[in-house]
Each structure stands twice: as C-alpha cells, then as structure tokens.
Ligand binder design. Sequence first.
Ligand SMILES: [Mg+2]
Length: 356
Amino acid sequence: MKTAKNYFRGCLLGGACGDAMGYPVETMDWNQIRSEYGAHGITKLPINEERNEALFSDDTQMNIMTVDGLLWADKKAKERGIYAYTSSLFYCYQKWLYTQTGRFADKNYNFLLGGEILENKELFARRTPDKVNISTLEGCINGKYGTMKRPLNQNPGTGAVMRAAPVGLYFYNDPKMAFRIGAESAAITHGHPDAYLPAGFLACLIAQLVRGKDLESAVVRALDELETWPEHENTRDLIEKARSLAAQMNRSGNILSVNELEMANRIDLAAIGSGETGSELIALSIYCALRYSDNFEQAILLAVNQGGNSDTVAAVCGAILGTYLGMDEIPYAWVNKIECSILLVHGADKLLESVM
Ligand SMILES: [Mg+2]
C-alpha cells in the first residue's frame, strides 16, 4: 500500500539502489558494459563480497547529508523560528567534505564534528566523489558558499542534482518552495543554471509525486514551475525531448529486451546526451522513469546500462520511481542488501515526522 512512509522510504532507498547498481559501471560506455557483463549488460545488484552488501557512491552519501541538513534546519525553525535551510545544507555538505578529505574548508567549522551523522563510518568511504563538490566546498571559507546571484563557478555538472531529491520530500506541501530550495542547495557548489535548475526541478517533481500525482502529470507540473525561472530553456528542451522519446517507445513487454536496450542506447539515450550536465542527467533519468513507470527494476536496468553517467542517472531515476511507486515496489533482494539501509529508512521516517 502506498502511504507517505512508503513514498519517503522509496525515495531514499530507490536512489541508493540505483546508485549501487550503476556505481561499478559509471565510467563504462555501453560497449564496455556489454563486453564485461554480457548482452543484457548488468542485471544483478553488485554485492561486495567482503561486506556482503551492495555499496553506493557519493550520490547517496550526499543525499544522506541533505536529509541531515533539512532535519537540522527544521529543528532550528521549530525551536527558534530561524529559517536557514540553505546554510544548514551547506554545513552538512561540509560534513560530507570531512568524510571524504578528513578536514573542513575552515577551522571555524570544527563544531560540526559533534554531528551524530559522522558516527556512521560507512559514510567515510571514498567512491569517486564528484570533483566539483570537493573543490568548491574546499574553497568555502568564512561561511561563504555559492548562491544563484553570487555563483562560485559556472559549472553545469551533475554533482548538485544528485543530492536534491530529499528537498522535495521535506517541502512536499509546497512544490514551489521545493523548487526554490532545491535550486539554492545546488547553487552552493554549482553556479550554472543547467546544474541548479534541474536540481530545483527534481525537488519539485518529488514533491508532486508525494502529493499523489501520476508521473506524467508530476513532470508537467514541475515543467510549469521550471518555465518561470530565467535560463530554463536548455533544461526544458531536454526534458521535453526525453518525454517525447519515451512516449514513442515501442515497448515489447514488461522486460527490457536486448533489442530494446540496443535501440535505446543507439537512438534515444544518445539523442539526449551522456548525462555529464545536470540538464542531461535529469532528462535521461526522466526518460528511463517514464519508459518503465510501472516497473522499478526495469527502469533502473535501463538507466545503468547506458553509455553515460550510470550511477547518477540510476540514482536520480531510482529516487523518482521509488517515490512514485513506493518502497514496496523496489526488489526486496536489493533493499535487503543495500548498505546503511537502516540509516536510510530512519532518515526517511524522521523527515516524514518533521513535516507531519
Ligand atoms: Mg557517484
């Protein structure tokens, strides 16, 4: 049954499962994936033998920090009436920087060491962390971080979109606000509209899905909001392309066939791009989600078996469909093996409690 709890957990676990599926092939193109894993590409959740768990990458590590930042901001808002969502998120991304490099950008942030989230040693694993996130966060001294008005760079990369989905959960009652805070949280590290607008779009889309919209209508509503922002054209055009390509699909059944995978790689996915910019990433994720909107597993298999940025496309697609379909539609074999599953479930539940 779809309940708010099921949506919230589905978002975080769905994103983590997509990330863990795509992480081993994130740098491979489709030909390399095929020669390594066979004609169907990667089909099983990769399990780390030593840990007997599936390992996720920086995408999910940062989503966990986004949840932490939102809960912290929520507490400040309720206790002291201080609304500081973006700065709380910035400090939590500094905590992420600490997990990856062993230091904050500035000694003044050492007070963050008391944060409970840093007790989770699994989060200190380095799994090809996004370079722009590392270098930009390292430069943020004296509490200064990037904003849309005062960007720190003009980077259109994907490292900000991948951590925006929980913003949509927290602000599900106000999709417009979800867009704004999603975009602001992205601009902390990524100053190009092709990076921060897709993050706003994703948060707004997640909010619409929690409100019970079907996937297609949620995409349309989030597009309406996107169009109110300056410099939205590239992101809008790519999402529209993904929508029309997904609508033209010639789906043969419920299971992704080798033929379909070949066609999708050669024609549709190639037409959208490689997923190296935020705009391409959101469009590829939406294409995969719309194409298999009733089947979480097949959508993720399509997302990971493509030539682009597999872990991030699958992580974003997983967050979208996990929210839309709910946790119960994610294969149990995946949820059962994903690392830090208790942390993810608790994070989702705490976020839900904070907005009830
Ligand atoms: Mg990654």
